[in-house]
Ligand binder design. Structure first.
Ligand SMILES: Cc1cc2nc3c(=O)[nH]c(=O)nc-3n(C[C@H](O)[C@H](O)[C@H](O)COP(=O)(O)O)c2cc1C
Length: 226
């Protein structure tokens, strides 16, 4: 295991025993390394360098990097009210982040959900589902070429209680904030991404096994820049 990953411990939700990371079962929670709060790239430099990247080096992304990108997307930066790296209308937090993770020794290939409160991943199910996702995204090649694919989904019902008819647009706006955070964090980590909005909603939902009320909004393939 690489240095810094020692803190990545699998916490069994349903059992008291700790499991080996590579053997995580569905429902297991994998704690992520603490996110970095400082970096070598200024906001201005990241804005200047940000570009949509569709080709990636064929190497996996480390767990630290996956954690950092997840934190940029939805990490909690003020624990009490749960305020996050991205703004949220009325702090209703309708966004969910799923990650298709592939190629890591310490984590079985599969689909994981980011848990902002714990800064952890919850394993949802195993397998490499990038190819099915690629078909759902009009066969866009970058979806299979990336070692990790993030899917941003929205749960409008969380925002609807408060904002009624405006909720849907607010959730779309939030997805944009989240995606831009990932782009900028990616620049600082040497990770490329592109937001994909062209996909069949129902197919993406099926591949991701999303629950009723969870709508896929963006697909972001993530990979080291070539
Ligand atoms: C709402 C939205 C949907 C997009 N969908 C796709 C897509 O399906 N596939 C893709 O390759 N790029 C997609 N893009 C990325 C744009 O093509 C890209 O942002 C544009 O070419 C400008 O390039 P830049 O991001 O490098 O500045 C999308 C961008 C936005 C904002």
């Amino acid at each position: 295991m690489r240095p810094g990953l020692a803190s990545a411990v699998v916490v069994m939700l349903c059992a008291a025993a700790l499991g080996a990371p590579g053997q995580a079962e569905s429902g297991d929670v994998i704690r992520l390394p603490e996110p970095q709060r400082t970096g070598a790239v200024s906001v201005e430099e990241a804005l200047e360098a940000r570009r949509s990247v569709r080709r990636y080096a064929s190497v996996p992304l480390e767990l630290e990097t996956i954690g950092q990108l997840s934190w940029a997307a939805q990490g909690i930066t003020r624990p009490g009210p749960g305020y996050r790296t991205a703004p949220s209308a009325g702090a209703t937090f309708p966004i969910e982040i799923d990650l298709l993770i592939h190629g890591l020794d310490e984590l079985e290939t599969g689909v994981y959900r980011y848990l902002p409160e714990e800064h952890a991943l919850r394993k949802r199910f195993s397998g490499d589902h990038r190819s099915a996702l690629r078909w759902a995204a009009l066969r866009q090649r970058q979806v299979v070429d990336a070692p990790v694919v993030m899917v941003i989904s929205g749960v409008t019902a969380r925002t609807e209680d408060r904002y009624r008819g405006r909720a849907e647009r607010y959730v779309y706006m939030e997805a944009g904030h989240v995606a831009q955070n990932v782009y900028l964090q990616g620049v600082s980590l040497g990770v490329g991404t592109v937001v994909i909005g062209a996909f069949w909603d129902a197919q993406v939902s099926r591949v991701l096994r999303l629950e009723d009320g969870e709508a896929p909004l963006y697909i972001l393939p993530l990979g080291k820049m070539d």
